[in-house]
Design a protein around this ligand. Sequence first.
Ligand SMILES: [Zn+2]
Length: 145
Amino acid sequence: MICPYCRNEVNDGVKFCPSCGGDLTNVPQAEQPVQQPVQQPVQPQMAQAAPVAAQQKNGKAVAAFVCGIIGALCCTYLGIPAIVCGILGILDAKNGKADKKNVWMAYAGLILGIIAIILMIVNIATMASGTNSTYNDIMDAINNG
Ligand SMILES: [Zn+2]
């Protein structure tokens, strides 16, 4: 046990402390230093787990964005995968399967995909009508100076 007066280690059962001579007969057992439970270090694992899981890049959102841009600019048929990937990317972000940071890419890809589809429909309608007047007018203007 520990002497409560001088804090030296003394043998259990002795009546007087050999170091300071203090009376140990009335010292209750509780005076012995209670072994402190080892303080558990705060585990940051739980705090890190969620962000790590959400850090997975939203590949579908990126794909939708790229397809949407290219689709709106030239290859209008890419509007279809842009819309599909955009919807899937938004769903993944909402379900926590993918990073929410670039969910805007999914929305942008979805909108660009819709624009590309509208352009494709307009092109098909123009070709179907057989006139293609706007295109011919522009080419005529370029050729004629
Ligand atoms: Zn002592």
